[in-house]
Design a protein around this ligand. Sequence first.
Ligand code: ADP
Ligand code: CIR
Length: 360
Amino acid sequence: TVPADVQKKIEEGFAKLQGAADCKSLLKKHLTKEVVDKNKSKKTRLGASLLDVIQSGVENLDSGVGVYAPDAEAYTLFSDLFNPVIEEYHNGFKSTDTQPAMDLGEKNIGDLADLDPENKFIVSTRIRCGRSLQGYPFNPCLNETNYKMMESRMKEIFAGITDPELKGTYYPLTGMDEETKKKLIADHFLFKEGDRFLKAANANRFWPTGRGIFHNEKKTFLVWVNEEDHLRIISMQNGGNVGEVLGRLIKGLNLVAAKAPFSRHPRLGWLTFCPTNLGTTVRASVHIKVPKISAKADEFKKICDEMKLQIRGIHGEHSETKDGIYDVSNKQRLGLTEYQAVRQMYDGVKKLIELEKAAA
Ligand code: ADP
Ligand code: CIR
């Protein structure tokens, strides 16, 4: 059973959330007294408790979501909390709903014409997906040996990529010089370090062991190793050619998938550490300048909300925006196909550009 001091921390966490008037997280909303009482003494086979699920959102009251799954079993064992969070984040995906079969949209790429052929609005386009390697739990339950083994497995797989467009080099974070690292982060290629949401979730242990980035020469195909998820597979380039970006992602994903079996849940699709990424795991985004329609932040947010688009800052989630450039992406990842997730971004951004052109 769960030790008394851990159960006490869960109760204190609940009290802290209830007392925090400014906290708007999905955790606060859905962690009711009943959920606490029913779940505080449960633990997964790997020993994770409700505290592991909630501690990031308890520590960071400005969380939008606030929960993480320490291992796959947590999604089922703590479904009293995860299900309502998932339903609210993913546009009403119910506990009885099932993620559709994977459809990356190979056959539909031709429908994705360049969103900004004159290069007036879109700085760059990126599509990423997350994957978990079968046989390993998520960050909080990994030990140092796990990290090393996962990294060496991936290094072998990367070394075997011979496709002329995609082949590249793996750069471990261990030993990377500060200047190189800073530049890779500033240029939007590498994950940032010391994310406080992940840290509080116990996801940054043994850092930088087992973490790193693979990329091709042009930095248009990249794979993050052991940041938030085991793998983040990324395709990106300047401009608004979503079709090209998606085509490259599919090619790269298939190459990695052929060598590494990934964890998939019968109902929740591809498994990820954060419930916001379940299902397709796809975040398709543009960095876009639409100064007229984004002049008033609250109106811009309303327009984006209506089209199921999420706005982030120029340096990703929880960052501020600079020079009027916004990161606009699909919000929902679960309960639709991969192609539909990309299409949500595509159709929404197309509309944003039309609105910008029409604005006086
Ligand atoms: P993720 O997309 O993996 O969930 P973040 O929101 O933190 O995580 O973004 C990771 C990095 O990717 C950040 O540096 C962000 O600026 C960059 N990025 C996201 N979308 C684009 C884009 N369309 N063009 C260029 N860089 C992007
Ligand atoms: C938060 O709750 O703000 C962080 N734990 C990050 C949640 C992921 N957010 C998202 O929209 N993908």
